[in-house]
Write a protein that binds this ligand. Structure first.
Ligand code: SF4
Ligand code: F3S
Ligand code: FES
Length: 254
């Protein structure tokens, strides 16, 4: 097994401010960035705050920015860096820092609560739901989401514009709306909720200008933009310019 000493810069601080701290730290074959953060905790910075859980790319806890790229620390191999390269680890930029690498991601839970849940179809008992396999597969892609919030952190609509946070649900939750909108058994429409129209009017779908940065950083390789956001935009536009919907709205207004 070979090992070497790497130069790390790790952001330390809290909501009042902070900065990068330098470390020289041992790296061994096969290690990932999270291993190195753990070694720093064990040997040089016992109070370094980091959130993690599974170390297997499945809990979505260890999101951070490594050399400026939003990534899961447990899935970022040290072998992708040159041995003489400085590795800089900073907290996700879009969310408020609690301490060191730990951010307050409660924005995402607020947005999750704003998406109306699946509406069960009337007259079909639980356990009796039937769907075409292609519908199952379509939503299964979205169900791979581990809620790491890297897409939420990366989308420029909120990354650079704090003021957009109230109006914009972000790619993860627009994807959730798309999933429900494509669900053949969802009966939201019968309650008067058109999910595509609501995505546009209530959840800020129009802010998305399909830059695909969310898709680029998704560790589950979900095609967020192509398979969720663009179809949702198409459905919202179809509805807006559907002559029957237009006529219906005129009649209702009378
Ligand atoms: Fe993370 Fe991908 Fe889910 Fe976004 S869609 S929260 S990047 S797993
Ligand atoms: Fe943002 Fe993804 Fe749209 S990065 S602009 S939500 S395509
Ligand atoms: Fe669970 Fe990294 S520790 S995804």
């Amino acid at each position: 097994m070979s090992s070497y000493t790497a130069h790390f810069k790790v952001w330390r601080g809290d909501a009042d401010g902070g900065g990068l701290q330098d470390f020289q730290v041992e790296v061994n074959d096969g290690e990932v960035v999270l291993d190195i953060i753990h070694r720093l905790q064990a040997t040089q910075a016992s109070d370094l705050a980091v959130r993690w859980n599974c170390k297997a790319g499945k809990c979505g806890s260890c999101s951070a920015e490594v050399n400026g790229h939003p990534r899961l620390m447990c899935m970022t191999r040290m072998s992708v860096f040159r041995r003489d390269e400085t590795v800089t680890v900073t907290p996700m930029r879009t969310f408020p820092v609690i301490r060191d690498l730990v951010t307050d991601v409660s924005f995402n839970y607020t947005k999750a609560r704003e998406v109306p849940a699946f509406v069960p179809p009337k007259g079909v008992a639980a356990g009796e739901y039937r769907m075409a396999q292609q519908d199952v597969e379509r939503s299964q892609e979205f169900r791979k989401c581990i809620e790491c919030f890297l897409c939420q952190n990366t989308c420029h609509v909120v990354r650079d514009h704090e003021e957009n946070k109230e109006a914009f649900a972000g790619p993860r939750f627009l994807m959730r709306i798309a999933e429900l909108d494509m669900h053949p058994l969802d009966a939201a429409e019968e309650t008067g909720l058109n999910r595509a129209a609501s995505a546009q009017e209530d959840h800020g779908l129009g802010y998305c200008n399909i830059t695909k940065c969310c898709t680029d950083v998704c560790p589950e390789n979900i095609h967020i933009t192509d398979n969720a956001l663009i179809p949702l935009k198409e459905r919202a536009v179809d509805r807006k310019y559907d002559p029957l919907v237009w006529l219906g709205s005129k009649i209702r207004r009378r």
